[in-house]
Design a protein around this ligand. Structure first.
Ligand code: DCP
Ligand code: CA
Length: 396
């Protein structure tokens, strides 16, 4: 592999941001809550509260049941985003190859002979001193190994796993410890007698592919320390902020059927580009410009990510219905934001799997025979004679 990656991951990030402003909270069970007061969930949990079994994603009432002394603080996302940006800017100013992986995680590729432990220690010291945020650094010959080294040494850790140490240091771990292998995939693997990372080393790849499709290969690759699935996105240098598509019409559009048909066309395009980049997104925006040059737009974050064109379409129509005025339209735009890698753990999506698989198949047919060779019936309502205004700075 002869490469070296370092993962920088803040410990209990949202909580740590609060503790840095209020040092009296240090060492106490603390949770940061997102969502409405009564129906809030704990998004970040201090390591002291974790001892009581409190976990990220739990409803606040459950967190209080488990740990009555927990101090719950409402989330201040703007503050966390600012601290996150400042930390990422610092990393980017120091290293040429930084991949921001999430709000509080970044991979740094170092030269293979760099003294990664020394560099990791320096990063830790600087971030702690400058931002008062504790963090863990994992180092490995690939991103997936750096990530596992990080998880193993949290909190306030620093660990390197060399290529020749993978089996010895990780071999006995449960398959679930591999990023991207969730509970359901782990269960399925276990039902085949594959419990540990070492078991994945030994098992025949064809057997995994027969059972899990392409994900089977990803599982084995990652167990052996090779970036795949989840991490190939980064390898391709993809750091998109949004994927969107808009069309300016050369004539007025007013009938609902036609609006729907164009919207579906836009959503299919967006869905297709998402899949091409192996992405899904949580936020959807739609915007409209009318012939009189006025316009409006709406944006909403959804709990479930959108992946397929049809899903994007249903949500886009829901949003459009909230803003549409009874005026002739000249432009419609649809964008998906808050992108995340389309997890290899597709089983997460249950029934949605079939729809996703179908869309991938349609993509293949359309790749061969031309865009929209196969398309949904509703798009037939679309009349021709329009031209496309390409979205800004977004790869096709
Ligand atoms: N987050 C969230 N909802 C979740 C999980 C996380 O809003 N279900 C937010 C809060 C976290 C931040 O993202 O502080 C980073 O997520 P991590 O998974 O890295 O969790 P922490 O940084 O809180 O803890 P750890 O020390 O395990 O990394
Ligand atoms: Ca973290």
């Amino acid at each position: 592999m002869n490469r070296k990656f370092l993962l920088v991951d803040m410990d209990a990030f949202f909580v740590s941001c609060e503790v840095s402003a209020r040092p009296e909270l240090k060492g106490k069970p603390v949770g940061v809550v997102t969502g409405a007061q009564r129906h809030g969930v704990v998004a970040s949990v201090s390591y002291e509260a974790r001892k009581y079994g409190v976990k990220a994603g739990m409803p606040t009432y459950k967190a209080k049941d488990l740990c009555p002394s927990i101090i719950l603080i409402p989330a201040d996302i703007t503050k966390y985003a600012y601290i996150s940006d400042s930390i990422m800017d610092y990393l980017k100013s120091k290293f040429p190859k930084v991949e921001v992986f999430s709000v509080d995680e970044a991979f740094i590729e170092l030269s293979p002979n760099a003294d990664a432990l020394k560099i990791g220690k320096e990063i830790k010291d600087y971030i702690k001193k400058r931002f008062h945020i504790p963090l863990t650094v994992g180092i490995g010959p690939s991103r997936v190994i750096a990530k596992m080294a990080c998880e193993l040494s949290k909190p306030d850790g620093l660990m390197e796993i060399k290529e020749e140490e993978i089996l010895q240091k990780l071999g006995e771990l449960d398959v679930e410890e591999i990023p991207g292998i969730g509970e359901r995939s782990a269960e399925a693997l276990k039902s085949m007698g594959i419990r540990t990372i070492k078991d994945l080393w030994i098992v025949d790849e064809d057997l995994l592919i027969r059972r899990f499709g392409i994900r089977g290969r990803w599982f084995k690759d990652m167990a052996m320390g090779k970036d795949s699935g989840f991490f190939t996105l980064l390898e391709n240098g993809l750091t998109l902020k949004s994927i969107g598509h808009s069309e300016t019409f050369s004539r007025d559009i007013i009938e609902m059927e036609e609006i729907k048909a164009y919207t579906l066309y836009l959503c299919e395009k967006v869905g297709r580009r998402l899949r091409k980049h192996n992405l899904m997104g949580y936020r959807l925006s739609v915007y409209v410009r009318y012939t009189d040059f006025t316009g409006n737009g709406i944006s909403k974050k959804f709990k479930e990510p959108v992946i397929t064109g049809l899903e994007i379409y249903k949500k886009a129509i829901f949003l459009l219905n909230q803003i549409l005025e009874l005026k002739p339209i000249r432009l419609i735009g649809v964008s998906v934001f808050e992108l995340a890698p389309l997890n290899p753990q597709l089983s997460l999506f249950g029934d949605k799997n079939k729809e996703i698989a179908l869309e991938f198949t349609l993509d293949k047919i359309n790749d061969i025979y031309g865009e929209f060779t196969v398309r949904r019936a509703r798009m037939a309502g679309m009349k021709t004679s329009h031209h496309v205004i390409p979205p800004r700075g977004i790869p096709r």
